[in-house]
Design a binder for this molecule. Structure first.
Ligand SMILES: [Zn+2]
Ligand SMILES: [Zn+2]
Length: 130
């Protein structure tokens, strides 16, 4: 994963969740995260809004980690279409049609890793066959 500004193109060291923050050099741009999975997905520059959707899918909210990862689904609306495309290209989410609901998306383990999930959270969110 690489963090960079979409305006001045300057690269930044930091964590996935910094996507969406203003660029530190005050160029007025926003930080995005380039995520390129090991699978055959092409990779994508992920925005702050995209990261928030992944966090929402995984119930990552607030500092209390005991409440994270108890869910893993996101039902996008029409306005989410571009974001979902980037998240799939980045290997962070996939469309899940197994239950016949065509537009439910699930976060991939890569998303948990980038959000700093430890083994317990990884198991809770992605283990157990779902
Ligand atoms: Zn910048
Ligand atoms: Zn800059």
């Amino acid at each position: 994963m690489t963090l960079g500004c979409d305006d001045c193109k300057h690269q930044i060291d930091g964590r996935f969740r910094m996507a969406g923050l203003p660029c530190p050099c005050e160029c007025g741009g926003q930080i995005k995260a380039f995520v390129s999975p090991t699978s055959d997905a092409p990779g994508a520059w992920v925005t702050g809004g995209d990261v928030r959707r992944v966090m929402n899918a995984l119930g990552v909210r607030g500092p209390d980690r005991s409440r994270w990862g108890h869910r893993n689904h996101y039902a996008p609306g029409e306005r989410d279409a571009e974001s979902m495309r980037r998240l799939v290209d980045a290997g962070l989410m996939r469309r899940d049609a197994r239950d016949g609901v065509a537009h439910v998306y699930r976060a991939m383990p890569l998303a948990g890793e980038l959000l700093g999930f430890g083994p317990t959270l990884m198991r809770r969110a992605f283990g157990g066959g779902s």
